[in-house]
Design a protein around this ligand. Structure first.
Ligand code: SF4
Length: 422
């Protein structure tokens, strides 16, 4: 099979993995004229598809052969798909060629499991080692690690990668037992815990940025750390029966226990010749989107998982964002006085993002905020006003939750014949 055909097969097989984003890139650079692949000073931008997936990396599998039989995976051993396998040298060459043509800023490399987890992981690590040590590649590298690989191999992977990920895939041990019985939920968590220790150690040892002499000069960026800066994981949404609250609680526990940089949510895609234990239809894409919004609320807005998806069915509303849905269910917590409320309460007001809250706090130090100030502070006025008190504004008392919900919900629209995933 020629290289282009392999690339077509292995890039297509990698598209189901959402866990790539280059925001964790280390501060390597090649502004001194040495090395290649810098994300700084090269004019290469990060690029994301509308659904949040990173699109400026070479994202491939080393191979889509796999000895495991995870039912939701198109690459499982029983799947009837064309198979291909790159050599280490081929992936290295493709990465360098694509980078030199300015197509990519880095590499996202994953793999099916061939022979054994350790054998596969050795190949994955070798790609990164050759790029870094033999070609002085300074671009972004994200390696998907094999959870059952040895701790030594995980540690070696981290020496060359900017980010490592270990995909949990299924949010509950029961789901894993049913759909991916060869995987070991506690083994995955053990590997995440090991990576956390290695990442934390490396951060603690990282040298601080060297100061620049001269007035007005920004400090030099810190040297790249000797280990990956973060780890991430992916959860497949809708392959099993786990509700949104369960998914968010799982994510919340992993953020807390393993210091994950991100949890990615990937809506299950029906695959050819699928098992009858899988749903025949993909979940609505809006569900994936709402989970990302809820995840953001947990990380930056002080919400707990069971607050956001606290309804009887444990699911997030699809028609309104999770913060608005929470506010509509908790009218007793409003209105919030924008001139007096603490930051954590302001963050709970629908329409107020973290930056808007900072602008409000700065502005109210010098003046009483009035309704007219909201537009100046770049706040969505119609969304915010029913939930807040200002010097010259108090929301109408007759706006019960039902009337308000009807007013704030987006208008229904006629679905198109070509709408996807709804
Ligand atoms: S181990 Fe990974 S590649 Fe192999 S079948 Fe399971 S999910 Fe697919």
């Amino acid at each position: 099979m020629n290289l282009h055909r392999k690339l077509a097969v292995l890039a297509d097989a990698a598209k189901y993995d959402a866990s790539c984003a280059s925001s964790a890139a280390a501060a390597r650079n090649s502004v001194d004229g040495r090395g290649i692949g810098s994300t700084e000073g090269s004019g290469i931008c990060h690029s994301y598809a509308p659904d949040g997936r990173c699109i400026s990396l070479l994202k491939v599998l080393l191979t889509n052969f796999c000895v495991y039989d995870c039912l939701y995976c198109v690459n499982r051993v029983s799947s009837n798909v064309p198979r291909a396998r790159f050599s280490v040298a081929e992936v290295v060459q493709l990465t360098l060629d694509f980078y030199r043509r300015n197509y990519i800023e880095g590499l996202f490399l994953s793999s099916g499991i061939v022979r054994s987890p350790d054998y596969t992981m050795e190949q994955v690590v070798e790609v990164a080692r050759v790029l870094r040590e033999e070609h002085d590649f300074r671009g972004y590298i994200h390696l998907k690690t094999i959870p059952d690989a040895s701790p030594e191999l995980l540690a070696r992977a981290g020496r060359y990668a900017d980010r490592l990920s270990i995909n949990l895939e299924l949010p509950t041990p029961e789901g894993m037992q049913t759909l991916a019985p060869e995987k070991n939920a506690s083994g995955i968590r053990r590997s995440m815990a090991r990576l956390r220790l290695l990442i934390d150690d490396a951060k603690a040892q990282a040298a601080p940025p060297a100061p620049r002499s001269g007035p007005g000069l920004a400090p030099r960026p810190a040297a790249a750390p000797p280990f990956a800066r973060s780890q991430s994981t992916q959860i497949i949404v809708g392959a099993d029966s786990a509700d949104d609250r369960t998914i968010l609680e799982t994510s919340s526990a992993m953020y807390g226990s393993y210091g994950l940089g991100r949890v990615y949510y990937s809506a299950f895609s029906p695959i050819p010749d699928a098992s009858r234990q899988l749903p025949v239809r993909a979940p609505p894409l809006a569900r994936e989107h709402r989970l990302y919004q809820a995840d953001w609320l947990m990380r930056f807005y002080g919400f707990a998982a069971d607050e956001i998806a606290g309804g009887a069915d444990g699911m997030l509303a699809l028609d309104v964002d999770p913060k608005l849905a929470w506010a509509l269910q908790h009218r007793e917590r409003f209105p919030v006085d924008l001139n007096r409320a603490p930051r954590e309460l302001l963050l709970r007001v629908p329409g107020l993002g973290v930056k808007a809250v900072e602008r409000l706090l700065a502005s109210r130090r010098v003046r009483q905020l009035r309704a007219v100030d909201l537009a100046r502070l770049r706040v969505p006025v119609a969304k915010v006003l029913p939930f807040v008190v200002l010097a010259d504004h108090r929301p109408a008392s007759d706006l019960d939750a039902g009337a308000l919900a009807a007013r704030l919900r987006p208008a229904l629209r006629q679905a198109s014949l070509f709408d996807a995933g709804s």
